[in-house]
Design a protein around this ligand. Structure first.
Ligand code: GCB
Length: 623
């Protein structure tokens, strides 16, 4: 991100989006390591750096990381030197070699009880063996670290990154040596007003390197980005749905470099050539193509090759679009039966970051008979999208703009654009992702509306094949009238509506007579629900009882069935999740209790209500 912001100020790069041509020009000019973001890393052969990393806590004000004037200190812990304990002179007072270790990937909060509520800086270090190969380039790939990361390899600062939920790559070609090397990463999870999200969030601010870390070695010229999708014409016709299109970007390739795209099972084999920016657009007709859908989540092996580089990804092809108030998947109107999901691991707690966590949380969705999930409120581990691709679950993917951030500041807008880029770049080849969300429950005011309108347009520019959405909050009821006229609606293709009638507002039965005036667009009821603690039973109007949670939903169903544009149900929330703001002892104990499941996987009564409703398709209609 720092490299990015330097690029933003460069005379070469006066747009907010930093194009790859711009990055390349910049790196040639400054000899800086290449800034890129590798796509499909989980489908490349890599050297995993997951495992035990030493760690040291740099308690606020984090003098190990920041100098008195707020600069990042390159000459302290980053050097990974060792104290002269017995011989003196007295020098640095830290030592990774004898420090405890924790598992990476993993948040620090769930691994060290003394760090459970810690928000601040933790330093990580590990050694690794490496043999550089001539004519190859190597990147350190970090799946995500929350929130701000500073990375040194063999004492050289190789990159910084801002944003807790998207991947980044740091080129290490020049700093690696044969034999033992070491990496030091400082991660700062402190919340600040000019970050995304800002200070106020209703989820646990897990800090640390919480996704996979690996070394990726590629040839001099290599495929760093690609997009392979079903051609998105002005109209969809099932009979003609066999043209695949997109691009392959080859970093470092001169114009005219050949790229092969082949999908043997679909009878696709085509060659394209790179333009001056290393991008090779292509279009090819498949001999046979089975479209991806929840019923047939077909994935194809897609081989990409250029020069010495190649990779094979698993990609599904489908068409998603909005037509009036309908959402069409492969031309057919669909109704989304889903749930909201935080990336918190069932049973063990902590951030989701391995196959078992993903399997566990997806089993809840499947048990519910869901075909859709809103991944809240930030991009999740890439395994989520992979699992959804295989299982036929459709996804709402969102960047972490949650309620109030500094909408009036251009530098915050630049951060949002970067996060949007990183999310779309990582996941644009996932058939399961059917919409991009730019935000959740933002205040209706001019600065926010222009910020998010621009961001929605940016998302559309980056990906013209998927609808853009956002979860809105408000209106507040006037009598029994609810008029949704948020000006942000004109920038959206699908409108997410959050409302908590029966919990934060009014009584459950107030929903029965509520009259909604909604725009002529597909509406998803993107959040609704009530808290209930598993095992607490009582009358249907007794708050915290499972019976009351069911009661809220039953009245919500009455209301929702009367809104003709509703195309999806997304109850808040699949599973109880940790939140530092939920402090009612014995009921919440640090958890938001609106889950259909408890954090231990116990099913509340409301789970069975949704399971049945979804099985019978008894609420809402696709058209
Ligand atoms: C919301 C937010 C969500 C909260 C939820 C709640 O409106 O979008 O992040 O956790 O309400 O439980 O209050």
């Amino acid at each position: 991100m720092l490299l990015l912001s330097r690029a933003l100020r460069s005379p070469f790069c006066n747009t907010v989006i930093v194009s790859f041509a711009c990055w390349t020009a910049l790196s040639a000019q400054t000899q800086a390591p290449l800034k890129t973001l590798l796509v499909g890393v989980d489908h490349r052969t890599t050297v995993s750096l997951n495992g035990d990393w030493h760690y040291l806590v740099d308690q606020p004000p984090a003098r190990g990381l920041y100098t008195l004037d707020g600069k990042v200190r390159d000459n302290g812990y980053a050097l990974n030197t060792h104290p002269n304990i017995n011989t003196g002179p007295h020098n640095e007072e830290y030592d990774f070699a004898t420090a405890p270790t924790m598992k990476i990937p993993g948040d620090w909060n769930s691994q060290d009880p003394t760090l459970f509520r810690y928000e601040g800086v933790v330093w990580f270090q590990r050694n690794f063996e490496f043999q550089p190969q001539p004519g190859k380039r190597t990147f350190l790939h970090i799946g995500a670290a929350n929130y701000r990361s500073f990375v040194w390899v063999n004492q050289k600062r190789i990159c910084d990154h801002e944003g807790g939920f998207t991947p980044f790559d740091c080129e290490v070609t020049q700093v690696l040596k044969p034999g033992t090397n070491f990496v030091v990463v400082a991660v700062d999870s402190t919340r600040h007003v000019d970050q995304i999200p800002g200070i106020g969030i209703d989820w646990f601010n897990y800090g640390g390197i919480h996704r996979d870390v690996s070394l990726v070695t590629v040839p001099e010229k290599f495929i760093d980005d690609y997009d392979v999708h079903l051609k998105h014409d002005a109209t969809f016709s099932a009979a003609n749905a066999n043209t695949l299109t997109g691009y392959v970007h080859v970093e470092g390739a001169p114009a005219g470099t050949k790229v092969q795209v082949s999908i043997p099972e679909a009878g696709v084999s085509t060659t394209a050539t790179t333009d001056a920016e290393g991008r090779a657009p292509f279009e090819a007709k498949a001999k046979t193509l089975q479209l991806w859908s929840p019923e047939t989540p077909k994935l194809y092996k897609v081989h990409l090759a250029s020069g010495d580089d190649s990779l094979t990804d698993d990609i599904g092809f489908r068409d998603i679009r909005v037509d009036g108030t309908r959402i069409l998947l492969n031309g057919k109107a669909i109704f989304l039966q889903g749930a909201n999901m935080h990336a918190e691991a069932p049973y063990r707690g902590g951030r989701v970051n391995n196959d078992e966590d993903v399997k566990n949380i997806f089993s809840f969705l499947k048990d519910l008979n869901a075909n859709f999930v809103r991944l809240c409120h930030y991009p999740h581990d890439e395994r989520m999208e992979r699992e959804a691709d295989r299982d036929g679950i459709m996804i709402w993917s969102e960047i972490p703009i949650w309620q109030r951030i500094s909408y009036e500041k251009p530098e915050v807008y630049a951060k949002a654009v970067t996060m949007l880029n990183e999310m779309i770049r990582r996941d644009r080849n996932k058939a399961s992702v059917i919409m991009w969300s730019v935000s959740n429950e933002t205040p209706n005011m001019p600065a926010r509306t222009s910020f998010l309108t621009n961001l929605a347009n940016e998302a559309r520019r980056l990906d013209s094949t998927r609808p853009i959405t956002s979860a809105l909050i408000g209106p507040h009821p006037k009598g029994n009238q609810m008029v949704q006229d948020d000006p942000l609606i004109s920038a959206l293709d699908i409108v997410g509506q959050n409302e908590y009638v029966g919990w934060y507002e009014g009584k459950p039965e107030d929903a029965d007579t509520m009259v909604w005036t909604m725009p002529n667009k597909p509406i998803l009821m993107s959040e609704f629900g009530a808290e209930a603690k598993f095992g607490v039973h009582g009358g249907k109007n007794e708050r915290w009882a499972e019976e009351q949670q069911v009661n809220v939903y039953e009245h919500q169903f009455v209301m929702i069935n009367k809104i003709p544009q509703v195309r999806g149900l997304v109850p808040w929330v699949l599973m109880d999740f940790r939140s530092p703001t939920r402090n009612i002892p014995k009921l919440q104990d640090g958890y938001n209790r609106k889950g259909l499941f408890s954090e231990k996987g116990e099913k509340k009564m409301a789970f069975y209500l949704f399971q049945k409703t979804y099985k019978e398709h008894s609420v809402g209609k696709p058209e």
